[in-house]
Design a protein around this ligand. Structure first.
Ligand SMILES: Cc1cc2nc3c(=O)[nH]c(=O)nc-3n(C[C@H](O)[C@H](O)[C@H](O)COP(=O)(O)O)c2cc1C
Length: 149
């Protein structure tokens, strides 16, 4: 089961979150990798069984610009078979808390096999680590039931 975690982070909250998710994912499969979005080989997207997207939210509930090529790739390629999850960090002070997660969720629901979403307030706390474990578990169970690996 080939798992890719693709993320963007400016101040480190999302990076810390996806690093936790990566540690958890490694318990389920030997073939997992983590990429800052700028280093993700987009042309290899279709070779992944599972893609987990990690993003902060910008502007007024917006997806950061650097994530848009990944977003569009899901719209343009035949990605319906890829099992996906999207996790984000955001700030409850903004009216659209983790709006980028909602934007990705709506698109991935149509263009992939979306298994789970997760929103985290700024830096992940102890309780958030448990939520990350649950998030990864749901995604991996979906993947197992599909790939029987
Ligand atoms: C200019 C600006 C706009 C933001 N807009 C939102 C927003 O609309 N919704 C939200 O939930 N968080 C918003 N945030 C908060 C960030 O998403 C949050 O701090 C996030 O954890 C940053 O992730 P990072 O540490 O991985 O870069 C905004 C932050 C800044 C600086």
């Amino acid at each position: 089961m080939k798992v890719g975690i693709v993320y963007t982070s400016v101040t480190g909250n999302t990076e810390e979150t996806v690093n936790n998710i990566y540690s958890i994912a490694k318990k389920y499969t030997k073939d997992s990798s983590i990429f800052p979005v700028a280093r993700f080989p987009l042309h290899e997207l279709m070779t992944f069984d599972v893609i987990i997207i990690g993003t902060y939210t910008w502007g007024n509930g917006d997806i950061p610009l650097e994530m848009m090529s990944l977003y569009r790739a899901f719209e343009e390629y035949d990605t319906k078979e890829i099992i996906t999850g999207v996790v984000g960090t955001g700030d409850q002070c903004y009216p659209r808390f983790c709006g980028a997660v909602d934007e990705f969720r709506d698109m991935l629901y149509v263009h992939s096999n979306l298994a789970a979403t997760l929103k985290i307030e700024l830096t992940p706390q102890l309780l958030d680590i448990e939520r990350c474990q649950q998030f990864v578990k749901i995604i991996m169970e979906r993947a197992k039931s599909k790939t029987r690996v």
